[in-house]
Design a protein around this ligand. Structure first.
Ligand SMILES: N[C@@H](CCC(=O)N[C@@H](CS)C(=O)NCC(=O)O)C(=O)O
Length: 86
């Protein structure tokens, strides 16, 4: 099974995002980081897709998942099948 493509919508001062980012680092996962504060295109995309501007939001093969606890549980459960950073 191929690894899903992951992208995280976030901003730096969001404490829920920090928790998710820490886990991503700990698991050494290859995740595209999309800062919604510094990149208006990222914010526009998140709002167009979901109708919300809440972060963190993890896109798993372009399917958005909200809630830091759900995101972290999913990353832990699927970590063995996820691409790692080089
Ligand atoms: N229960 C959510 C809380 C997420 C949350 O409150 N995020 C804040 C930033 S720290 C946010 O995006 N607020 C703006 C909004 O929801 O429109 C989680 O754990 O992910």
């Amino acid at each position: 099974m191929s690894s899903p493509k992951l992208a995280l919508y976030y901003f730096e001062s969001c404490p829920f995002c920090v928790m998710v980012n820490n886990l991503i680092s700990q698991l050494n996962l290859d995740v595209e980081m999309r800062d919604i504060f510094t990149n208006q295109d990222h914010l526009n995309k998140l709002m167009a897709d979901t109708g919300k501007r809440t972060v963190p939001c993890l896109y798993i093969d372009d399917n958005p998942m909200f809630e830091s606890s759900d995101i972290m549980a999913w990353l832990e459960e699927n970590s063995s099948n996820l691409s790692k950073k080089a």
